[in-house]
Write a protein that binds this ligand. Sequence first.
Ligand SMILES: Nc1ncnc2c1ncn2[C@@H]1O[C@H](COP(=O)(O)OP(=O)(O)OP(=O)(O)O)[C@@H](O)[C@H]1O
Length: 283
Amino acid sequence: MNPAVSVQNVSKVYGDLQVVNNLSFNIAKGELFGFLGPNGAGKSTTVRMLTTLTRPSSGTIEVAGYDVVQQARLAKRSIGVVLQQVSVDVDLTVWENMEYHGRLHHIPRGERQERIDRWLEYVELTNRRDVLVKTLSGGMKRRLQIARSLLHQPDILFLDEPTVGLDPQTRRRLWEILLDLKQQGMTMLLTTHYMEEVEYLCDRIGILDSGQLIELGTLEELRRNHGEGVVVTHTTEGLQSQFFPNLQDANHYINQQGDRTGMMARESNLEDIFVELTGRQLD
Ligand SMILES: Nc1ncnc2c1ncn2[C@@H]1O[C@H](COP(=O)(O)OP(=O)(O)OP(=O)(O)O)[C@@H](O)[C@H]1O
């Protein structure tokens, strides 16, 4: 089966700044793929290239089988996009935002009304349909963005930090929506700074650092590769982590130490792996 997204040897250069460096990966149909990386790693630039907004300097990208440069219009029709900045028009009502998007995509009137009703209901904004978007909370605006991105029935949804700035409860509500869309067969790429978001939602994870993909796999694969057990030691220089094949080995290591002050063994998690790979904590 052809992948939903195919990225081959893609680079992006701004002047003499290499922002994305020879990136290659595929996303399978129905997969929820998580893109993780420190600030400035090139995640948004990659999403912009995947969604036809920025042209790659080299390499090829296909979404839903369409080349994003040669067949940009067809590619655009196949994707929904939820960008970092809230991109809905705050001076229009919820319904007007949906209506304009539907017209932009030439969805016939009857069909348009039916879909607008359905998706507003889906994101629980039906009772807000006639209010100005500027009066909505951050979580509601994000839900509206998602509803709008689904209106033209895309095959693939790209979400650039969809839960940034939302309170934990609202974030969880959005997670449920994304998992439900996955159940319905939607392919999704999500960028985020939140480790638990990736752990909870994503089938596979790509870690990007300085424009390069430095890790790719399921959480289980990543943990197996780096070690499923970890010994964390509090030192004067901060936390230090040492990986072991499993928790038993990590415990065994601690038991052999004369001075065990500040040492703790536990199962490794994505954050341990991220810090090991990038040498950085995410904020
Ligand atoms: N249009 C542009 N012109 C010049 N440099 C750019 C442009 N867009 C992005 N960059 C640079 O490319 C690098 C990667 O930016 P990008 O926004 O893709 O990173 P990111 O991983 O999404 O970061 P964040 O997590 O902070 O959103 C940064 O150094 C940024 O300043």
